[in-house]
Ligand binder design. Structure first.
Ligand code: FAD
Length: 647
């Protein structure tokens, strides 16, 4: 039997990005003894990288804005596949969450009359993103960390121990959610520095682990985004929702190769930047889809006037939702009108004075100067699509953030599905993680406090199994049944590279049936080989071992993406099928749910051909009539299925 440290908490939050920290603050404020555990350094979560801002209909820059307009934009952006109740709560509560951040010390940029400034972003009808230059995520995390420290100081005054009610375990990775029957009982984790295993026992666990981008070769995502939370939920018996929807941000760096994929914030376009092809043409005017025709400028002159007079002009098509812009760039490059390094040109240098560019986009200025030796105040940037965000995620109850089917499990932030439908609008993630992070913390704390019959016990057998699974890369025991003995171990880095290439080439921005079938075959092969992933050395800070463990998660999640993408025979939002190019209204009624084939969570038994994932269809909830009444009938006809219109 493994001897591991065990600690008791009421709520464990896995992840210390915006969603995790907001959840932890709420749970602690509701009286729950709360532990936060994160695999990076505290304060280094992916949220720090967020640049453009937090979407919230505060109406500071245009008083026409309100939650109903924000709700409408979010549903349009998601092509009506959003879990509408989440979109409603999000639009209603985002302003409160931003004002609350300000009371906790966040220093937002201001309007001339001293209010929180808000900027334009794709798909948002009004200037709506509260921001701090192009370093908003950093300020958000700094503020939430500061709030945590202040709560710990309060606890110290009362108990003499800073960490008595709120403790952070940094550089520790969770590999399993533990269960007592169907209920959550805690998490199993290892300390990345020492390799030591430990267990945090808790009746409620909030998963806030972010996204999956590291399964793709070209991505804006940081090293942490290996789909851990998605996989933890699957292994605990919770379904994932609509995993086919992966957002390819239209503007990542394309040159030099070492920085390919790094994000070029949408604020560049929000503040006036334009996209041009190699012929110098502003090509986005050729790519306005019918559903958006009435809302976007039809000429460059009108688009340019909009920046000064948004009430009497329509916005330029550079500010279409991300999926539209990414596809347009892809088409231009494919048609031979791309830039020298396979992207298109994004230009602010001819649109704004140099000192304005340096003030409004300081990170972009430095990023291009230092990484590509390009001065964006004098010359255009070269940009192209990059894997950026996953809309699919853990299926949750809209109001409570409870994961479906697993009592005690909650999810918030990028790891949760539903909120953004088939495509997320820029700025809607930071607001999402504040709104639903708070809700997850609240409901997890209430659940823990209301438990009848005591805390669920943690089973030693489960701990032993989790420890054995984590140690497998050090031994030959992982030899899959029926395989010949003595084959050399697989290198986890090679497996990772092959996985990334497969997902990029075969399940990327434009998808085809044959290629996705090839991807599933390759994933089956990689899954078998990954069971032989071997590492040398010991458990003290061993990145090869960490990657070998992360591979399980990336392979699970990638299979979900590929299976769901193959199943959905239409194009919608972040899912584009070359063989099914139209958005089909009938598919608006369909959610795709992925579950583990082997419900015991044992992965070894799964059939290498059939795979690890069962896919089922489920009908979406009909949108509430008062919310539908916010749209014109003619617009609804473009989105809703025939029977919904009659209803
Ligand atoms: P994260 O902030 O990524 O936090 C995840 C946490 O989980 C981390 O602490 C990580 O260490 C931890 N973790 C992961 N796996 C484990 C594990 N197994 N065990 C323990 N801990 C684990 N969105 C906007 O709304 N506006 C923007 O302007 C914007 N700009 C962006 C710019 C860039 C470059 C990028 C890449 C994204 C941007 N986004 C933006 C998206 C947004 O930043 C993310 O969607 C959001 O920050 C996700 O927050 P989160 O709290 O869900 O996860």
């Amino acid at each position: 039997m493994s001897v591991v440290d065990r600690q008791e908490w009421d709520v464990v939050v896995v992840g210390a990005g915006g969603a995790g920290l907001r959840a932890a603050i709420e749970a602690r404020e509701r009286g729950a003894r709360t532990a936060v555990i994160c695999k990076s350094l505290f304060g280094k979560a992916h949220t720090v990288m967020a640049e453009g801002g937090i979407a919230a209909a505060m109406g500071n820059v245009n008083s026409g804005d309100n939650w109903e307009v924000h709700f409408r934009d979010t549903m349009r952006g998601g092509k009506f596949l959003n879990q509408w109740r989440m979109a409603e709560l999000h639009a209603q509560e985002a302003p409160q969450r931003v004002w609350e951040l300000e009371t906790w010390g966040a220093l937002f940029d201001r309007t001339k009359d001293g209010r929180i400034s808000q900027r334009n972003f794709g798909g948002h009808e009004y200037p709506r993103l509260a921001h701090v230059g192009d370093r908003t995520g950093l300020e958000l995390i700094r503020t939430l960390q500061q709030k945590i420290v202040s709560l710990q100081q309060e606890d110290f005054k009362e108990t003499g121990d800073y960490e008595s009610r709120l403790k952070v375990f940094q550089e520790c990775t969770v590999t399993r959610v533990l269960k007592d029957g169907s209920r959550v009982s805690g998490v199993f984790a290892y300390d990345r520095e020492t390799g030591r295993f430990f267990v945090l026992e808790a009746p409620a666990v909030v998963i806030a682990t972010g996204g999956i981008g590291k399964s793709f070769k070209v991505t804006s995502n940081s090293w942490e985004y290996t789909g851990d939370g998605h996989a933890l939920a699957l292994l605990a018996g919770a379904p994932l929702l609509n995993m086919e929807f992966v957002q390819f941000h239209p503007t990542g760096m394309v040159w030099p190769p070492s920085v390919k994929g790094i994000l070029v914030t949408e604020s560049v376009r929000g503040d006036g930047g334009v996209l041009r092809n190699s012929e110098g043409k502003r090509f986005m005017f050729d790519y306005i889809p019918d559903v958006f025709k009435e809302k976007y400028a039809q000429s460059e002159e009108e688009g340019d006037r909009w920046y000064e007079d948004p009430d009497n002009n329509r916005r330029p098509p550079e500010l279409l939702p991300r999926d539209e812009v990414a596809r347009a760039i892809n088409s231009e490059v494919k048609a031979g009108r791309g830039s020298p390094h396979g992207g298109v040109f994004l230009d602010v240098s001819t649109r704004m004075p140099a000192e304005v560019i340096r003030r409004r986009l300081p990170s972009m200025y430095h990023q291009f100067k230092e990484l590509a030796d390009v001065d964006i105040t004098a010359e255009p940037m070269e940009v192209g699509p990059t894997c950026h965000y996953v809309m699919g995620g853990i299926a949750v109850e809209s109001d409570t953030a409870a994961a479906r089917g697993v009592p005690g499990l909650y999810a918030a932030g990028e790891v949760a599905g539903g909120m953004h439908g088939s495509n997320r609008l820029g700025g809607n993630s930071l607001s999402d993680l504040l709104v639903f992070g708070r809700r997850a913390g609240l409901h997890a704390a209430q659940y823990a406090a209301g438990l009848a019959g005591g805390r669920p016990p943690v089973d030693d057998v489960e701990i032993d199994a989790a420890a054995a699974e984590a140690l497998r890369p050090f031994s030959a025991e992982g030899q899959p049944p029926g395989e010949e003995e003595g084959r050399p171990p697989e290198n986890p880095y090679t497996l990772h590279q092959e996985l990334q290439q497969t997902m990029n080439d075969l399940v990327g921005i434009i998808r085809r049936e044959g290629e996705m079938r090839q991807a599933l075959d390759k994933l089956a092969e990689l899954r078998v080989r990954a069971r032989r992933a071997g590492v040398e050395g010991h458990r003290q800070f061993n990145p090869g071992w960490h990657l070998a463990l992360d591979l399980r998660n990336m392979l699970l999640v990638s299979e979900c993406v590929a299976r769901a993408a193959l199943e959905r025979t239409e194009s919608r939002g972040g899912h584009t099928r070359e063989d099914h190019p139209a958005m089909e209204r009938a598919w608006r009624r369909v959610n795709l749910l992925c579950r583990l084939t082997d419900p015991t969570g044992g992965l070894a038994a799964t059939d290498p051909v059939r795979g690890q994932i069962d896919l089922t269809r489920e009908s979406t909830d009909p949108v509430r009539p008062d919310l539908l009444a916010l749209f014109d009938k003619e617009e609804l006809v473009k989105y809703l299925a025939e029977e919904e219109l009659y209803e």
